[in-house]
Design a protein around this ligand. Structure first.
Ligand code: FES
Ligand code: FES
Length: 216
């Protein structure tokens, strides 16, 4: 049988015991710190300067060398259009265009982009004057929640340029010839951009319309 007093005692005991174990685990960390002094330990940021253009505007930053291009855009330049989905190169939400080629900005360190010219969704068009791809996504309802959309649009813009430049994909029949501006080519090339809302058919329609307009 336990009375209320016993409960209080044992509860206090648990709290004291807990504090003691926190102190016990914290102590070695505190002692280890001086050994790391003077060497660049895992927790010591190494800073570096980098300069690049984003949407035509030059930026000079001093960043922890571990900063991804995605975090540099979002956290340092406050350009929140580019989205962080998986942060592991699996969803395409972070796609931006660097010197004309699309990349997953979560997989690229910002300091690797010295002198580069980067285009994000903010640089494609404005609310008053949408880029044709942005306008086509609106017209065809190429989104539901919209989280994947900036990456889809940046990817789509670069995909049409890739096809036009004759760069083959896995579904290009004759890699010595020019790839067709077909739905199969577009689907294959957009396969790295995941849409959890499943707006794929509308996305393909939007890209197809821009592709057809350019062909005409
Ligand atoms: S956030 Fe970069 S690929 Fe998912
Ligand atoms: S529109 Fe919601 S994830 Fe694509």
């Amino acid at each position: 049988m336990h009375g209320p007093g016993d409960f209080e005692l044992s509860r206090r005991g648990v709290l004291i015991g807990g504090a003691a174990s926190v102190a016990a685990t914290a102590a070695p960390v505190a002692e280890a710190a001086p050994e790391q002094a003077g060497s660049a330990g895992a927790g010591t940021p190494v800073m570096a300067k980098v300069g690049f253009k984003v949407n035509g505007k030059p930026h000079a930053l001093e960043l922890d060398t571990r900063t991804t291009l995605l975090d540099a855009l979002r956290e340092h330049l406050l350009l929140g259009g580019t989205k962080k989905g998986c942060d592991h190169g699996q969803c395409g939400a972070c796609t931006v265009i660097v010197d004309g080629r699309r990349i997953n900005s979560c997989l690229s360190l910002a300091v690797m982009h010295e002198g580069d010219s980067i285009t994000t969704v903010e640089g494609l068009g404005t609310p008053e004057k949408l880029h044709p791809m942005q306008a086509a996504f609106v017209k065809h309802d190429g989104y539901q929640c919209g989280y994947c959309t900036p990456g889809q649009i940046c990817s789509a813009v670069a995909v049409l340029d890739e096809i036009r430049a004759g760069i083959p994909s896995h579904v290009t029949g004759d890699i010595a010839g020019k790839p067709a501006m077909s739905a199969d080519e577009i689907r294959e090339r957009m396969s790295g951009n995941i849409c959890r809302c499943g707006a794929y058919s509308n996305i393909i329609e939007a890209i197809g319309e821009v592709a057809a307009r350019r062909k005409a």
